[in-house]
Ligand binder design. Sequence first.
Ligand SMILES: C[S@@+](CC[C@H](N)C(=O)[O-])C[C@H]1O[C@@H](n2cnc3c(N)ncnc32)[C@H](O)[C@@H]1O
Ligand code: SF4
Length: 437
Amino acid sequence: MWPYHSDLLRVPVPRYTSFPTAAEFGPIDGCDYREALENVSGDVSLYVHIPFCEKICFYCGCNTGAAGRRQRLTAYLDALHREIMAVSALLPAGTRVTRLSFGGGSPNAIAPTDFIRLVDLLTVRFGLVDPVCSIELDPRTMSPQWAQAIARVGIARASLGVQTFAAHCQHRIGRVQSEDMIVATTDSLREAGVTSLNFDLMYGLPGQTRDDLLDSLHRTRVLHADRVALFGYAHVPHIVPRQRVIDSDAMPDQAERFAMAQLGFDYLVTHGYAPVGFDHFALAGRDPLARAALGGRLHRNFQGFTDDDAPNLIGLGASAISAFPHLLVQNEKNGGRYRMRVDAGGLAPERGAHRGAEDRSRGAIIEGLLCHGRATLPPRIRAQSDARLAPFVARGLVEMAGDTLIIAPGGLPYARTVAAIFDPYRAESARRFSSAV
Ligand SMILES: C[S@@+](CC[C@H](N)C(=O)[O-])C[C@H]1O[C@@H](n2cnc3c(N)ncnc32)[C@H](O)[C@@H]1O
Ligand code: SF4
């Protein structure tokens, strides 16, 4: 049983998919991005953002919009092609791309033929040789043609937005999809050669009960999902206006959310899944993510917990984020302005942050705590954090072993809150984030 301490969970904290977080991003000089591309050293991961979905869900916090008319998608894809040409021209000759990920939005909001053309261009321009390929998919817009495209490209890892199987919750969150649709999508992806299939599930939804959650977890297991991402619904209508239509009175309170997180954890770990970080799970001993977690090779990036160890991530498309050891860069978020920026100069960097030695050292502590449940604290940082760690130590949620801070098994739901102690930018501005559980 995880101990519940409401006072320690009250302050919203970042998800720490980067450090510094996107909340710290400010204006950056486009020349810095260009220089980072020209001086890339080591392997590269590519992330391609498709900011469209056929139907927009009420709860969604992602940067996406309605696919609408085909002309809009074509204009976006044209700009994306131009950005790919520009970025690939800047990389040093011989740069090796080890991963290719498509996310969104819903990459399958575009036509499969457009997707194949996009992959062909990426293959030629970046000299791709059998990278690990992954894609996020909306089951509502899957088609046999899309399954064929996935088979043709050789995508081994796919992630489906399932959220919940409970019909009454689906209506409340504007995300209606039948179980038959999930089953058919799962079957078609397996036939297409997907070997690692993730289901995104959510708890904390309006009207959702523990039985609803248990039922969704059970169906997920029966469908043999290799991975599960179990997200606590982040309700932040002051940042995401589309969430205003969600009935917040029907949402479980913090204590109930905590119980749901515990229920999800217990169910999955007693049914063959290994915990990966604080909200991912993967089939123990079988899935590469579970093996990475066990082997201490887990990382955290903008896509969540990952076994990707490339030192450079290049994001392509509107709002996509690139991460280099010394620099984080986010592309222009607005689709129209992204197209104009790419038309004008090929690249579209808009905001970002330089990572100095102090940021890198604190980022390593935060990543260590979230990915491995432990981190070595340099004496100066330990001295600064002792007082804020005290309540967690007193309640047995963390412990010090020499200079190593260890999160106790019952401290897992507090991992983000403990990590935030090492984030000097967090003194203010909590309103931008969601609760840790
Ligand atoms: C890019 S989508 C996944 C693929 C596809 N667009 C779909 O929904 O089927 C990313 C995931 O983020 C999660 N998500 C979106 N908004 C969220 C929120 N407000 N709180 C928690 N999770 C959220 C959902 O689980 C969703 O599946
Ligand atoms: S959850 Fe997925 S399908 Fe729904 S709006 Fe967000 S990105 Fe689109």
